[in-house]
Ligand binder design. Structure first.
Ligand code: C2E
Ligand code: CA
Ligand code: CA
Length: 410
C-alpha cells in the first residue's frame, strides 16, 4: 500500500476506466457519482477510514462510478497484486462469498438506477456489465474434496510414493522423500499441491500427517532390511514433509518418538522437512518444533529454499541439517546467470555451516554435471526417478540401478 494526495476537485477515478486498485481514505472527503445521460447521480460522500474503488478491484470489472475529491484528500492505494496475493491465501469459500456479494451489489444497484432513471429519462439504457463468473467450478470441486477428506482417510484412499535422493559423490541412493497421493475413486490420482492446502485449512492434515509419518517410518524399516547390490553403503534415510498446522498438535513430537521406538528405528535416519516459508512466517512455533525434533535425534531439512524470502545470512539461526534448493533455481541455472550465482553462493555457505545441500527438480544431465562441479552433495529429480510406489522404490534400492539414468552410474 502506498500513499497518494489529491487536491480538491481532482477526479481520482473515472467511470468505465479499468479498475486495478482500491483506496482507503486517510484524510479528506470524496464524492462517488455516476453520469446517466445529462444527469449526474451522486451515490455517496465518503470520509476518513472509508474505502472506494473496491467493487471493480474485487469483481475485475471496469469502474462503475466516478470519484472526485471534495477537499484535499490523502488516500492509501490497495493494488491489484496485493489484493490477489491475499485472496489466493484466503479460504476459497470466503473468496467466493466476497465475489458473489459484489455481484449481488452490482445487480441491486443497476436495478435501482434503472428505476430512478427511467422515471426521468426515457432514453436511459442500463449500464452493460459482463457477468463475473459466479459459477466457480474450482470452488465447487474444492468443497467436494474438503467434504471427502475425512472419508478418504477412513477409506484408505491415501498412498505414499517415494522419490530417491542421490548422493552426488557416490551416485547412489542416499534416501527417499515420502510424497503423499490421494487416489480418488472418481477423480483419479490427485496432486498434494491441490489437497494439502485444503487439509491444512480443515486441520485434517493433523491426523493425515500422523498417518504419513507412521507409514513412511514403516517403509523405512522395510528399506533398511533390503540387502543392496551396493552393500557397504550407509543405510537409506527417509524425508517426511510437515505442515505448519501440525505444530498445533501438542503431542506430535511425542507421537514421532513413540513411532520410532516401536519400530526400533534410529531417529537419525528420519528427516523432517519444513518449508522456508513456514520458518519465516511462523518462526517461533517452528523453532520450538525443530528444537524438539533435534532433541529426539531426528534431522531437519529446510524445503523449497530460495522461495521464502529469508536471507542466506539468516540460516545459521536455525538447527538445519539439510537445505533443499528449490527447483526454480535448478531449472534456470543453465540459462540464468543469477540462479547460477545463487547456487554457487549457497553451496559455499551450506559448506561453511556444515549443512548438506540437496538440489531439487533435477531433470537434465547438464544440471547434474554443473551441481557436481559446485560440490552440491545431493540431488533429487525426474532425471533419476519420479516418485514411485513402495514396491518399485524397494526394487530400485535393491538393484542399485536407475530408471533411465544408467549413464551416470559410477
Ligand atoms: P515438495 O516437498 O517440494 O516435493 C517435491 C515435489 O516436486 C513433488 O511433487 C515431486 O513429485 C516434484 N518433483 C520431484 N522431482 C521433480 C522434477 O525433476 N521436476 C518436477 N517438475 N517436479 C519434481 P508432489 O509429489 O506433487 O508434491 C507437491 C508438494 O506437496 C510437495 O512439494 C510438498 O510440499 C507437498 N506434500 C507432499 N506430500 C506431503 C505430505 O505428506 N505432507 C505435507 N505436509 N506436504 C506434502
Ligand atoms: Ca519436501
Ligand atoms: Ca521442495
Amino acid at each position: 500500500m502506498h500513499q497518494e494526495m489529491y487536491p480538491s476537485g481532482f477526479t481520482i477515478i473515472q467511470e468505465a476506466a479499468p479498475g486495478d486498485c482500491a483506496y482507503l481514505i486517510e484524510t479528506g472527503r470524496v464524492e462517488v457519482s455516476v453520469q446517466r445521460g445529462q444527469r449526474k447521480i451522486v451515490l455517496a460522500t465518503l470520509g476518513p477510514g472509508e474505502v472506494f474503488g473496491e467493487l471493480a478491484l474485487v469483481a475485475g470489472t471496469p469502474r462503475s462510478a466516478s470519484v472526485m475529491a471534495l477537499a484535499d484528500t490523502v488516500v492509501n492505494r490497495i493494488d491489484k497484486g496485493y489484493y490477489r496475493e491475499k485472496l489466493a491465501r484466503t479460504d476459497p469459500i470466503v473468496a467466493l462469498l466476497t465475489r458473489v456479494l459484489v455481484d449481488r451489489f452490482h445487480e441491486a444497484r443497476d436495478k435501482l438506477l434503472i428505476l430512478q432513471s427511467t422515471a426521468l429519462d426515457t432514453t436511459f439504457e442500463p449500464p452493460a456489465r459482463s457477468s463475473p463468473a459466479l459459477r466457480d467450478h474450482t470452488v465447487v470441486e474444492q468443497v467436494k474434496l474438503i467434504n471427502e477428506l475425512q472419508a478418504a482417510m477412513d477409506g484408505n484412499e491415501f498412498q505414499l510414493y517415494y522419490q530417491p535422493v542421490v548422493n552426488l559423490k557416490t551416485r547412489k541412493i542416499a534416501g527417499f522423500e515420502a510424497l503423499l497421493r490421494w487416489l480418488h475413486p472418481e477423480l483419479g490420482s490427485i496432486s498434494p499441491a491441490r489437497f494439502i492446502p485444503l487439509a491444512e485449512d480443515s486441520k485434517d492434515i493433523i491426523p493425515l500427517g500422523r498417518w504419513v509419518f507412521a507409514k513412511a517410518c514403516e517403509t523405512l524399516k522395510t528399506f533398511r532390511g533390503i540387502v543392496r547390490a551396493d552393500a557397504g553403503d550407509d543405510e537409506p534415510w527417509m524425508s517426511i514433509n510437515v505442515s505448519a498446522v501440525q505444530f498445533e498438535d501438542p503431542t506430535l513430537t511425542g507421537y514421532f518418538a513413540d513411532t520410532l521406538a516401536e519400530l526400533k528405528l534410529c531417529p537419525g535416519a528420519v528427516k523432517v522437512e519444513i518449508t522456508e516459508r513456514v520458518l519465516v512466517e511462523n518462526t517461533d512455533a517452528a523453532l520450538g518444533f525443530l528444537a524438539d525434533i533435534k532433541r529426539l535425534g531426528m534431522k531437519v531439512a529446510l524445503d523449497d529454499f530460495g522461495t521464502g524470502y529469508s536471507s542466506l545470512s539468516y540460516l545459521h539461526r536455525f538447527p538445519v541439517d539439510f537445505v533443499k534448493l528449490d527447483r526454480s533455481f535448478v531449472n534456470t541455472m543453465l540459462k540464468d546467470e543469477r540462479s547460477l550465482k545463487i547456487i554457487h553462493g549457497l553451496t559455499a555457505i551450506a559448506d561453511d555451516l556444515a549443512m548438506a545441500l540437496i538440489a531439487e527438480g533435477v531433470e537434465h544431465a547438464e544440471e547434474v554435471d554443473m551441481l557436481a562441479r559446485f560440490g552440491c552433495g545431493y540431488v533429487q529429480g525426474f532425471y533419476f526417478s519420479r516418485p514411485l510406489p513402495l514396491a518399485e522404490a524397494a526394487g530400485l534400492l535393491r538393484d542399485g540401478e536407475w530408471l533411465g539414468a544408467a549413464n551416470i552410474l559410477a
